[in-house]
Ligand binder design. Structure first.
Ligand code: HEC
Ligand code: HEC
Length: 365
């Protein structure tokens, strides 16, 4: 039974990481698994979120028992516990970014948190919500800034301008929080006070801050030209030691980039993710393009290292990697931590037109 549950958790977890589907029926924990999760919660989380999960014990850590969070947040809970929110007191706990929790433990905690309360999961759509940004900003200044900060830096409410939070949540997750509030906390439900349009405007405004609180419109960039694919064309080849014959760590990649090694970086996430934030110098090659062959025609075939990343942390990257290997490419590697892991470790990412490190981004908020 225990083994069965672990398999289920792993399957759900993989589904969540790989395709962002929400489990129709969350797996049940055995009493033994519950005991372990409860102990781990007390050990790692209660300091800030409280021994009863009530929140706001330290650092204004949110409640982890409010119905509106639990019913909408299976995926968001897992990603937040795994990767944290860089620039806030919420650290990432996944072993791949320093631990101490492995994948099974992260998802066991999520299921445990959900099992402590009674609610029916709400299946949220994952659509883009359109709205008027300037109305959204006015409403934000009037209704939200006292708790979330003039620039979304967070006061007693979470930092809504935090790029980790924005990259791990969907528009519908944000909208659900605004409509329903967070029961048992200071976060009011706005569905009675504001119109549906107002709430869409606010959601779109908050989402638009993913490219920086000061930016009015996202600044779209041209992907690099084929002649710019190879970074540091005159540099030496990086000394990459693959783990499991396929993976390279963020530390090794950062080292290669800092030392101006010759390589190609491929970003296999969706194009909008690349536009929002990427690793400087990366070439967008989203996994959903069928025609990898023609897209790959400008990639070097002379053994230049090609490092591939996505956000899953690896499913889309491995998919593109397999295609490139089938096409005869040599020296391909997949970034082990993925983009979220890279960003959570504080390695530089590029937003809009400027290259900044995470810490700089946070100081700007
Ligand atoms: C040092 C204090 C601290 C510890 C310890 C901590 N957290 Fe947090 N956590 C926070 C803060 C602060 C936030 C809100 C960050 C922000 O501004 O977005 C947060 C956010 C979260 C969220 C997002 C909630 C939401 O409303 O979207 C989840 C889930 C979470 N933490 C789970 C955990 C779990 C599980 C643990 C233990 C493994 C843990 N945290 C340990 C401080 C902490
Ligand atoms: C009186 C203070 C207060 C006001 C006003 C307020 N919030 Fe909040 N908000 C909070 C708190 C506190 C939380 C965290 C709830 C918890 O502890 O679980 C929160 C949570 C949220 C979340 C979920 C964030 C996450 O990490 O899961 C969103 C989104 C949000 N608020 C948006 C808004 C918007 C938009 C407005 C204005 C229309 C607003 N809030 C007004 C206090 C407030």
């Amino acid at each position: 039974m225990r083994f069965f549950s672990i398999v289920l958790v792993t399957v759900v977890l993989q589904a969540v990481f790989m395709s962002y589907t929400i489990a129709e029926e969350p797996p049940k924990l055995t009493p033994e698994e519950s005991t372990i999760a409860s102990k781990q919660y007390q050990q790692y989380c209660s300091l800030c979120h409280g021994s009863e999960r009530q929140g706001h014990v330290n650092d204004h850590a949110p409640s982890l028992k409010s119905q509106s969070l639990l019913e909408s947040g299976f995926r968001e809970l897992g990603l937040t516990i795994a990767y944290g929110r860089a620039g806030t007191p919420m650290a990432g706990y996944f072993e791949e970014i320093g631990g101490p929790l492995n994948r099974e433990e992260v998802w066991r905690l999520v299921v445990w948190l959900e099992e402590q309360e009674n609610f029916d999961p709400v299946e949220l759509a994952h659509n883009t919500i359109d709205g008027d940004l300037s109305t959204g900003q006015t409403l934000y200044d009037q209704e939200c800034s006292t708790c979330h900060g003039d620039k979304g830096e967070g006061i007693n409410g979470p930092a809504l301008g935090n790029s980790a939070m924005l990259s791990m949540t969907s528009d519908d997750f944000i909208k659900h929080a605004i409509e329903n509030g967070r029961q048992g906390t200071d976060m009011p439900a706005f569905s009675a006070k504001l119109s549906a349009d107002d709430i869409n405007d606010l959601t779109a405004f908050i989402r638009s801050r993913a490219t920086g609180w000061e930016v009015q419109k996202p600044v779209f960039r041209e992907p690099p030209a084929a002649s710019e694919y190879v970074l540091n064309p005159d540099g030496d080849s990086p000394q990459i030691e693959l783990q499991d014959g396929l993976y390279v760590s963020s530390f090794a990649l950062n080292d290669a980039l800092q030392n101006k090694r010759k390589l190609v970086l491929l970003d296999t996430r969706g194009m909008s993710s690349w536009q929002m934030a990427n690793i400087e110098g990366s070439v967008p090659l989203p996994y959903y393009y069928e025609d990898t062959e023609s897209l790959a025609k400008d990639l070097p075939r002379d053994g230049t290292w090609i490092v591939i990343y996505c956000n899953c942390p690896r499913a889309a990257a491995e998919h593109v990697n397999n295609k490139l290997v089938d096409l005869g490419f040599k020296n391909t590697a997949v970034l082990w931590e993925g983009f979220s892991g890279w960003a959570s470790l504080g390695f530089p990412i590029s937003l809009g037109k400027t290259t900044i490190t995470n810490m700089d981004a946070i100081e700007k908020l």
